[in-house]
Write a protein that binds this ligand. Structure first.
Ligand code: SF4
Length: 246
């Protein structure tokens, strides 16, 4: 494929994607670290399946910056899990990203925005804090997988969006791969998994999934919304707006 006619960031991502399309997640992480070094971060929700990617990353680079979006609306169990899992895996640079006080004071002073405008709520609690934090990085790692369906069905292993290269090391793995890896390394599960939550976000917008439903069926249940916005590419110069998830 000729890369001359496309922008350098997209060309670099396409080259890496072609190289790594069938690689093991650990190989993908090693390539990401080799390519971007200190300009690389990992974004994690410390959710239902997060332990696998975090364990793999800790083996490759224990001091990788891990960006955790503490929206102020998370389950208490998630906050506990973030602390205990980071300690257990030896991750030394987990950063808690919180919404700006001013954004909350102006747009969500009563913390009820999720009841009327979930896109706006995700914007001030997830999209803007992550955009600010990613300013010091050239590339980041996500935990998205194709088997979660929806917009993720065609997920590449490496992509380019909003000025950053994004690595999706688990894109190719299915639920059985994740379960086998977690069992092999005796990784702890998020405590809400046992209560029927296969995907875990903020408490107002997360419900258990029913038998046979997609893993993310309990997120924004009953709404058209399926993503929070952090994976929606925006045209240069446009403000943050709508809703992708970690
Ligand atoms: Fe707000 Fe719900 Fe988005 Fe969390 S998931 S930021 S509570 S709308």
């Amino acid at each position: 494929m000729a890369y001359d006619s496309i922008d350098p960031g997209t060309a670099a991502a396409l080259r890496l994607d072609a190289e790594l399309r069938r690689a093991h997640p650990r190989t993908i992480l090693e390539a990401a670290v080799e390519s971007f070094g200190d300009k690389l971060a990992l974004v994690s929700s410390f959710g239902a399946e997060s332990a696998v990617l975090l364990h793999l990353a800790a083996q490759v680079k224990a001091d990788i910056p891990v960006l955790f979006l503490d929206t102020g609306m998370l389950f208490g169990q998630t906050l506990d899990f973030r602390k205990t899992l980071a300690e257990r895996l030896g991750l030394t640079d987990v950063r808690d990203l919180r919404p700006a006080y001013q954004d909350l004071a102006v747009s969500d002073p009563q913390a009820k925005l999720w009841q009327t405008d979930t896109d706006a709520c995700c914007n001030i609690r997830k999209v803007i804090p992550l955009d600010r934090a990613l300013g010091e990085f050239d590339a980041w790692i996500t935990g998205r997988k194709r088997f979660h369906g929806g917009d993720r069905l065609n997920l590449p292993v490496v992509e380019h969006a909003d000025g950053h290269v994004k690595f999706n090391p688990l894109a190719n793995w299915g639920k059985a791969d994740l379960d086998a890896y977690a069992a092999e390394h005796d990784l702890p599960a998020h405590p809400l998994v046992a209560q029927g939550f296969p995907s875990i976000g903020c408490w107002p917008c997360t419900q258990p999934a029913d038998e046979g439903e997609d893993a993310r069926a309990g997120r924004w249940k009953g709404m058209d919304k399926t993503e929070c916005g952090i994976h929606v590419a925006r045209a240069p110069g446009t403000p943050n707006n709508v809703g992708g998830d970690i």
